[in-house]
Design a protein around this ligand. Structure first.
Ligand code: MRU
Length: 361
């Protein structure tokens, strides 16, 4: 995607470069900073600190991290240790496990001395595939937005609600939930996006609002609690969200708060779409996500908030009384029955058709 006319991906590796460049999302929207992965430790830190985040991007960054570990030491032991370190960074988004498993299966067939180059090639391939997948999701999702537009007679504009950030910053390029929105905007469809702020880390207010602004898409940030009210008032035509892990039966783990929006959508007859690459499906979880590990993050993310002070410096301020305890589950599970349709690179699927329509690896 373009920022002020310059094309960027969220992460990129150039031939001959020993490292990997990425946009540091921890300081957005206030600072635009390009950072580098030079080692496994850098990759582990970037993922853990959410300098790279979003299910597909976490997975791609992890495979580059694996490649950097194998540059130092291509042995079986190094491969196993690096995989374990990367898998421990963030437990819920399944792309990480899927991409690491794929890379590991290929690399064990290769001589240790050749593993670094092979791992870089695998990471580059997965990154390119992710872009192709998101491009296909955009095309399928465009049909949904165009149909909603037709139902409204083209005017007034279509109002879409989204949660968290499932845009190009969460993938390598384009995004999942935001990709159809970009394509619809580019096709001249008049649309406006309600952006859930997405407490506690505010990926909506900080990242989705930034992306939509860069692309020129009309949008309004709303407090997380406002979506249900707007749906009741008829101000939301459809919801599109991303996903971090989807079970074979369609139960969907996504950023905390997604479930409440899906409940409100159903109560108000608002279609609720989940856009995801097939790499976000966990085929080992057939029947719901009962065994899912939901990432628990620091209470400080709930008790404090980061932003710019009046001198323009990045700062963090306390919200709750000193000594208050907080709980911070990072994801929730939306039952498949609340999802109107899934949008994948293979098309648009009813929850009960997902397993049959999407090829299993
Ligand atoms: O904790 P994050 O910011 O990594 O969570 C991101 C989300 O929940 C996104 O909605 C999801 O990963 C889909 S990204 C295409």
């Amino acid at each position: 995607m373009k920022i002020n006319g310059t094309h960027y991906r969220s992460i990129w590796h150039e031939d001959g470069d020993d490292g990997v460049a990425y946009i540091n999302q921890a300081v957005l929207p206030h600072r635009f900073e390009i950072a580098r992965l030079e080692s496994l430790a850098d990759a582990v830190e970037a993922i853990t600190r959410m300098q790279v985040r979003g299910a597909p991007l976490i997975g791609v960054a992890a495979v580059y991290g694996l490649a950097l570990a194998l540059r130092e030491d291509g042995s079986d032991r190094s491969l196993a240790q690096a995989c374990a370190a990367l898998l421990a960074t963030r437990p819920t988004a399944v792309n990480l496990r899927n991409f690491i498993s794929r890379a590991r299966a290929g690399l064990t067939q290769i001589a240790p001395a050749d593993r670094h180059a092979a791992a870089i090639a695998i990471a580059d391939t997965i990154a390119e595939e992710d872009i192709a997948i998101c491009t296909a999701i955009a095309a399928h999702g465009l049909g949904i937005i165009a149909a909603a537009c037709e139902r409204k007679g083209g005017r007034p504009e279509i109002n879409i609600l989204t949660h968290c950030n499932a845009g190009w910053l969460a993938t390598v390029d384009w995004g999942t939930a935001l990709a159809p929105i970009y394509l619809a905007h580019d096709a001249g469809i008049s649309l406006h996006v309600w952006v859930d702020e997405t407490r506690p880390r505010n990926q909506g207010a900080s990242l989705t609002a930034l992306e939509l602004g860069w692309h020129g898409v009309a949008h309004t940030v709303i407090a997380d609690n406002a979506g249900g009210h707007l749906m009741q008032q008829g101000e939301v035509d459809l919801c599109i969200v991303g996903a971090d892990r989807v079970a074979a039966n369609g139960d969907t783990a996504n950023k905390i708060g997604t479930y409440l929006k899906a409940l409100a959508a159903q109560d108000n007859g608002v279609p609720f779409y989940v856009a995801l690459p097939s790499t976000t499906i966990d085929w080992t979880m057939q029947d719901g996500l009962a065994g899912l590990e939901v990432e628990e993050r620091s209470a400080q993310e709930v008790l404090t908030i980061a932003g710019l002070d009046d001198q323009g410096a990045l700062t963090r301020v306390q919200l709750a009384p000193a000594g208050t305890t907080a709980r911070n589950p990072a994801f929730d599970i939306t039952p498949a029955r609340l999802v109107t349709r899934f949008i994948t690179e293979y098309g648009i699927h009813a929850p009960q058709d997902l397993a049959g329509a999407v090829p299993h690896p």
